[in-house]
Design a protein around this ligand. Structure first.
Ligand code: HEM
Length: 117
């Protein structure tokens, strides 16, 4: 079970790389107001959701404690990210505020995941 959990943590991290990496490639464009939500961001956010839910199930099946408040907050933040990216996925330009919000919420979730032990 440990190996399976670690595989899903790795997939979870690949999801972060895709979501945050997509954001970082657009930072210069964001400054100019021409950033867009690239497909990597949507796919990364979806990967986070699927792997995150799988990790909750795997940890529970393995009798490991899951911090429900922490996971609940991460889930709500990810749903906001996913909603913003999904709704605006076909728009060629996304406002600076909205784009920055997705990057900021992603970074916030990373710190919640790592600092809340
Ligand atoms: C942008 C969204 C997210 C980010 C950046 C994120 C980040 C992370 C990181 C960095 C870890 C590894 C931390 C560690 O093992 O100490 C982790 C683990 C985990 N994540 Fe996420 N996550 C996100 C969304 C979610 C969602 C939506 C769920 C569940 C519905 C979830 C469930 C979990 C679980 C169960 C673990 C392993 C147990 C733990 O360390 O809490 N994550 N996440």
């Amino acid at each position: 079970m440990d190996v399976l959990i670690n595989v899903f943590v790795a997939l979870h991290i690949i999801g972060i790389a895709s979501l945050l990496g997509g954001f970082l490639t657009q930072m210069k464009a964001m400054g100019a107001g021409t950033a867009r939500f690239v497909p990597a961001m949507l796919h990364g956010a979806l990967t986070m959701l699927v792997t995150g839910i799988a990790l909750v199930g795997l940890n529970q099946a393995d009798d490991q404690t899951v911090n429900n408040v922490k996971i609940g907050i991460k889930l709500v933040i990810l749903i906001v990210i996913l909603a913003l990216v999904y709704v605006r996925r076909d728009e060629e330009r996304v406002g600076k505020g909205e784009f920055a919000a997705v990057g900021g919420l992603t970074v916030a979730n990373i710190f919640i995941a790592t600092l809340w032990t």
